[in-house]
Design a binder for this molecule. Structure first.
Ligand code: ATP
Ligand code: MG
Length: 199
């Protein structure tokens, strides 16, 4: 993933003005767009209750489950709220091609000062925990069990930070080990990490 975004919500917007919802509530938003902010679809109609539920997710860092029939606007609803708040939004389609490695990250061998070193490239989950992004797990019911297990760790709010520290810690150990034992130790540590997650 790209480096951290280093942005914070810096404006408040009115629900009445932006979503046409009868409420005096104001929500945090960003004054500037970036590459992760979806495009606005001006014709999108916001259902009041669903909008309030999704907005509370944005406002209070809550997980929101949106359920409904095919084509009723679930995926676009979240995107269109993000678009209006200038809130970065990443959609992960949980079809069979998404793997744990895509979500968590993996070691890559890179050149640094002319030397080959292993570097842990963070996947979508650790990156999202460290950045203000709305992470949309689309087609949630289609996710593979091994992938859903990792996602579950992120959904449990109180373990999220622990999960991140664990990734970072193992990452560091991995790097130090690499200096002493080269690539093999990287493989051992990665294995240890997966076992940790399975506990
Ligand atoms: N309330 C709405 N206002 C305007 N357009 C809508 C609305 N709801 C759905 N649409 C349009 O209908 C199409 C389908 O919406 P979307 O893909 O978000 O549905 P979904 O519920 O996620 O479907 P699926 O269950 O197949 O994932 C999109 O083009 C979307 O823009
Ligand atoms: Mg959808």
């Amino acid at each position: 993933m790209t480096p951290n975004l280093n942005i914070q919500p810096d404006i408040k917007i009115s629900l009445k003005q932006t979503f046409g919802i009868d409420s005096e509530m104001e929500v945090d938003a960003f004054s500037k767009k970036n590459e992760y902010v979806p495009e606005i679809d001006k014709s999108y109609k916001f259902d009041r209750d669903t909008t309030m539920a999704i907005i509370s997710g944005f406002a209070h860092n809550k997980r929101v489950l949106v359920q409904g029939y095919h084509g009723t606007g679930k995926s676009t609803h979240i995107e269109q709220i993000a678009a209006r708040l200038n809130w970065p939004c990443i959609r992960v389609n949980l079809d069979s091609h998404v793997s744990r490695i895509d979500l968590i990250g993996k070691d890559a061998i890179v050149l640094k000062d002319g030397k080959q070193v292993t570097q842990f490239n963070e996947g979508i989950l650790p990156w999202s925990i460290q950045n203000p992004v709305a992470l949309v797990f689309d087609e949630y019911d289609a996710g593979r069990p091994d992938v859903m297990f990792v996602i579950q760790r992120v959904l449990e709010a109180e373990v999220t930070l622990h999960f991140l520290i664990k990734i970072k810690l193992l990452n560091k150990i991995n790097f130090l080990d690499y200096l002493q034992h080269q690539i093999l130790s990287g493989l051992v540590i990665r294995q240890a990490f997966i076992m940790e997650l399975n506990k």
